[in-house]
Write a protein that binds this ligand. Structure first.
Ligand SMILES: NC(=O)c1ccc[n+]([C@@H]2O[C@H](COP(=O)([O-])OP(=O)(O)OC[C@H]3O[C@@H](n4cnc5c(N)ncnc54)[C@H](O)[C@@H]3O)[C@@H](O)[C@H]2O)c1
Length: 330
């Protein structure tokens, strides 16, 4: 297949592209190198891909409709019409969305509409949309099920992700697009975004610097290892292309195990062989109290079966982290 991946230079996008290219697909990847974190990290994420014949990279912004049309048109002219889109580009992060709600709304909502319009104009019908567990807010019962009422997001980021789900539904209804909206639960692994807890804590603990701990350590997250997310994304893609025009469905992709923040810190301490110094901070607005995925819908529909316990995933992460550090000093 010829697959357009948005946000390809990011954490999840670069892994998705590698997996697709290795499986023989052709990936058209776009990214605008949003300054949320260093471009250098994103350049590194796609460095190995840039040499692959199945990978083409376009520096393009979701907010530039002509650039999106250009990528889809270029693929078609080359006889490689885009078959499906995996839409991962977004302004991510809960707390910064409170500081800059306009930017989040522009990229995550208007940018998504731009992409949907470009898909429709280019006759591209299949879409995987990256949503988030944050849409569940603090009101849904755990474990979260996709049919829970999710009309009470508690951060602008969560509200934009819910809006994205709704917009993809609208385009599916009007234009017959086939859409799987995937609610990712805190994804981690090599190349994890540097602002997320596991990456940040690993970096700080290994330098013997204090880690900021928001609240009393009892907030809980369902942490999902990148390999499990990848099998979920690819499973959803293989399934959605077999569905009738106008199909739309939402799926949780989590590990189905919930880990308290305090427990996560202990696992990191054991794996790194170092004690963490805690810098206690008040709870942050926008942070939900807990996340926990019921993944039975994804399991029944496309055989999703996450298999990486947090202890094992953290071991892989720390191993990768140490290799990176080693390479930097060489
Ligand atoms: N990582 C997680 O735990 C998690 C959890 C739930 C949902 N998600 C969603 O998954 C997706 C990928 O997340 P990630 O962790 O890989 O984040 P990331 O920030 O590493 O990747 C997102 C990429 O999108 C790009 N981007 C941002 N704005 C853009 C624009 N206007 N035009 C083009 N590209 C743009 C960024 O430069 C970045 O490379 C996002 O949609 C995010 O909301 C992630």
């Amino acid at each position: 297949m010829n697959i357009l991946v948005t946000g390809v230079a990011g954490f999840i996008g670069s892994h998705v592209a590698e997996r697709l290219v290795a499986a023989g697909h052709v990936v058209y990847g776009i990214d605008n190198f949003d300054p949320y974190y260093d471009r250098e990290i994103k350049d590194r994420n796609i460095a190995a891909l840039q040499d692959q014949t199945g990978f083409r990279f376009y520096e393009a912004d979701l907010l530039d409709p002509r650039a999106l049309a250009n990528v889809i048109g270029t693929a078609a002219e080359a006889g490689r019409s885009i078959d499906a889109v995996i839409h991962l580009a977004a302004k991510a992060g809960v707390r910064p969305s409170i500081e800059d709600p306009h930017a989040y709304t522009r990229v995550n909502v208007e940018g998504t509409v731009n992409l949907l319009e470009a898909m429709n104009a280019g006759n591209v019908r299949d879409l995987i949309f990256a949503s988030s567990s944050s849409v569940y807010g603090n009101t849904a019962e755990v474990p979260f099920r996709e049919d829970a009422w999710v009309d009470h997001p508690i951060s602008p980021y969560a509200a934009t992700k819910k809006a994205g789900e709704l917009l993809t539904h609208t385009y599916s209804h009007i234009h017959g697009m086939r859409v799987a909206a995937l609610r990712f639960f805190t994804v981690y692994g090599p190349r994890q975004r540097p602002d997320l807890a596991i990456a940040k804590f690993t970096r700080l603990i290994s330098r013997d610097q204090p880690i900021p701990v928001y609240g009393d350590g009892t907030t809980r997250r369902d942490y999902t290892y990148i390999d499990d997310i990848l099998s979920g994304i690819l499973g959803a893609l293989e399934w959605i292309v077999t569905q009738d025009a106008g199909s739309w469905q939402v799926f949780n992709l989590g590990e189905s195990r919930t880990v308290a923040l305090g427990e996560l810190i202990e696992i990191l301490e054991r794996t790194l062989g170092m004690r963490a110094r805690l810098d206690r901070q008040p709870e942050q607005p926008g942070d939900v109290k807990q996340t926990w995925a019921d993944t039975s819908r994804a399991a029944e529909t496309f055989g999703y079966k996450p298999s990486t316990p947090i202890e094992e995933g953290i071991r892989h992460y720390v191993q990768w982290f140490r290799q990176q550090k080693q390479q930097e000093t060489e």
